[in-house]
Design a binder for this molecule. Structure first.
Ligand code: C2E
Ligand code: MG
Ligand code: MG
Ligand code: MG
Length: 304
């Protein structure tokens, strides 16, 4: 029995839970000071054309360079930062850093037309100052709006009132691109696709994961389709969903990026399903800005 029993907190002492809570509160307490001390870094993951393998964009992914824990991933602290509201300040810092880096790449490699894609938390998207924040970051860094993409999840797009956010129209009016992140895993009301100024859908990793190496792929003729119906209903379900989502996106004139592409077989399959771009370990993991610069230099030198 827990010592806290007298205070009526926990009936049973759970060492795992208390360790978790302590680690969690230590992280929460450390976040604001870490931001002030400049312990956050932005890494960038290539987003690659499935047609010609060129790097068309990079996604900005924040990491915490923790003095004791080393490099801490966003899954460990973004949720906490959202709960405490610090995400607004942290997100503004990431946005500024990403725009600065992207503008440096634009100046050095204008031909690359590299887009930087920045995640917006629901709380940021709902912040009345978001349009001003984005316009400010573009103005301060000189990055053209067309080279900035903002990624929102389906629930962030819908806002707290269950209505698509008005601010998204104002952001689109600035000229930035808007992408739906982890598409297919969130809010299932597709009506917002008709009404919102969206430019890109990012297909969630689990669908891509379902495209397994060794799969025969979608049946191309009716007989094969009929023969494979029972097996396909389980084995090829993810592939069929990707196929349908790519068609939906293209019917709406949206770009499609497949997330979490891990194998050549997946990349090949996604290309034949007419997916536009891919992101994942197969094309390169998130890396420090300097490695993106090196890749841009290689691409520029390799060009005819
Ligand atoms: P996300 O926006 O969906 O980002 C993609 C995640 O997939 C990244 O995780 C990336 O490292 C990971 N990934 C890359 N290649 C592969 C692969 O081949 N397979 C699989 N399974 N995963 C791959 P990461 O960097 O840990 O970020 C996790 C999440 O944290 C992001 O998911 C995003 O929702 C959030 N996040 C990251 N940076 C920021 C930020 O600056 N602001 C906000 N609001 N959220 C952020
Ligand atoms: Mg993202
Ligand atoms: Mg995603
Ligand atoms: Mg995610």
């Amino acid at each position: 029995w827990a010592k806290a029993e007298g205070r009526g907190r926990w009936a049973v002492y759970d060492p795992e839970r208390s360790a978790r809570d302590i680690a969690r509160s230590a992280l929460v307490a450390g976040l604001p000071a870490a931001l002030d001390r400049g312990e956050f870094v932005v890494h960038y993951q290539p987003i690659v054309s499935l047609l010609d393998s060129s790097m068309v964009a990079v996604e900005a992914l924040v990491r915490w360079q923790h003095p004791e824990l080393g490099l801490v991933g966003p899954d460990q602290f973004i949720g906490l930062a959202e709960e405490t509201g610090l995400i607004v300040r942290l997100g503004e810092w990431v946005l500024g850093q990403a725009c600065r880096d992207a503008e440096a790449w634009r100046r050095a490699f204008p031909e690359a037309k590299l887009v930087v894609s920045v995640n917006l938390a629901a709380r940021q998207a709902n912040d009345p100052a978001i349009v001003e924040t984005v316009a400010g970051a573009l103005g301060r860094t000189g990055l053209p709006a067309a080279l900035l993409q903002l990624e929102l999840t389906e629930s962030a797009v819908m806002g707290t009132a269950g209505e698509p956010l008005r601010a998204l129209h104002q952001l689109a009016d600035l000229g930035v691109r808007l992408a739906i992140d982890d598409f297919g895993t969130g809010y299932s009301n597709l009506a917002y696709l008709r009404r919102m100024p969206i430019h890109c859908l990012k297909l969630a990793g689990p669908f891509v994961e379902g495209i397994r190496p060794g799969d025969a792929g979608l049946a191309t003729d009716a007989a094969a389709a009929a023969a494979s119906v029972s097996a396909a209903s389980t084995d090829h379900r993810d592939e069929r969903i990707v196929d349908a989502l790519v068609r939906l996106a293209h019917a709406l004139e949206l770009w499609v990026t497949a997330e979490a592409v891990e194998t050549e077989a997946q990349a090949e399959r996604l290309r034949s399903l007419r997916c536009d771009t891919g992101q994942g370990r197969w094309f390169g993991p998130p890396v420090p800005a300097a490695e993106i610069t090196a890749r841009l230099r290689d691409d520029a030198e390799g060009a005819p």
